[in-house]
Design a protein around this ligand. Structure first.
Ligand code: G3H
Ligand code: ZN
Length: 286
């Protein structure tokens, strides 16, 4: 059934667990994420980024309608989340398109401008009944821009600043920069667990990990134990889909029917979804 992101995150926080949120681009992604979550009997978030909307010729509704339909028929709870929104016009489409939550991303702005824009977005979102996540300390690697140097100013979330930001903006969750980077194709990120501990100690909202595709399994489970409540995954599905399709087409150069390779790509994504959710559930062996 279709549920709200706020509910899934609240439940995860109460269980000291994390809910996985997967970025969807095509109908195959929608189906794969739902099937993968059903195969391990776990709730899941389907998220659509502003970049994905741009890829869909600027239209949110076709993919959103498919996601709503899939969620309503799913055997597990599924929520819809609008991800990395910078455009106010897109933000305003969220409620009618079936989204219960948004991530408003003004993280590339200087602190005061990020705060002002985020507070305005949060006021509007709350008036609509939406749950809202924001970002402070930029998680690099978006839009194909080179990732921020891990030691560059702004590449880490400052705990005192984060506390003021959450209080003054009124957001429901915070994406934190603790060492992960978007769009990594190797799982080699090292997280700053000491910083995560300080952040989860000082903040009373759920914390969100972005760029989780580049984070190794043991780092992921440690992050969940350290207070990460929502884990955003995008690139891992691209790696699974593209790899499986490339392998299939190499083995079957005569293939023509799109369904032959799309089904292979969809199955690979579903397996990746199940694997990641299973990892997040793994107890830490510290
Ligand atoms: O918001 C989306 C996530 O941060 C995805 O990052 O593509 O590096 O897994 P990723
Ligand atoms: Zn992200």
């Amino acid at each position: 059934p279709l549920v709200t992101t706020g509910d899934l995150v609240t439940r995860a926080a109460a269980a000291r667990a994390a809910v996985a949120a997967f970025n969807i681009i095509t109908l195959e992604h929608v189906e794969a994420v739902v099937v993968g979550a059903e195969s391990v009997d776990a709730p899941v978030v389907l998220q659509v980024s502003e970049n994905a909307v741009r890829f869909r010729h600027g239209r949110l509704l076709p993919l959103a309608r498919a996601a709503v339909a899939a969620a309503e028929r799913a055997a597990v709870p599924v929520a819809l989340h609008l991800d990395h929104v910078q455009s106010d016009a897109l933000l305003r489409q969220a409620p009618d398109a079936g989204f219960s939550s948004v991530m408003y991303d003004a993280s590339r702005l200087p602190y005061q401008e990020n705060l002002a824009a985020t507070r305005a977005a949060a006021d509007w979102a709350h008036a609509q009944g939406l749950w809202i996540e924001a970002e402070l300390g930029e998680v690099g690697g978006k839009d194909g821009r080179p990732p921020l140097d891990a030691h560059a100013p702004g590449a880490r979330t400052d705990p005192a600043e984060a506390r003021a930001f959450v209080t003054d903006s009124g957001v429901d969750a915070l994406a934190v920069a603790i060492g992960s980077t978007h769009a990594m194709t190797t799982r080699t990120a090292t997280l700053d667990h000491a910083l995560l501990k300080r952040l989860s100690g000082i903040l009373d909202v759920p914390l969100v990990l972005h760029g989780s595709s580049g984070v190794p399994d043991d780092e992921l489970t440690a992050a969940v134990a350290g207070g990460i409540t929502k884990v955003n995954v995008g690139t891992a599905l691209s790696i699974a889909m593209t790899g499986a399709i490339r392998e299939f087409l190499t083995a079957h150069p005569e293939a023509v029917d799109s369904r032959s390779y799309l089904s292979v790509g969809r199955e690979a994504m579903a397996r990746a979804v199940a694997r990641i959710i299973t990892t997040l559930r793994r107890p830490t062996t510290a």
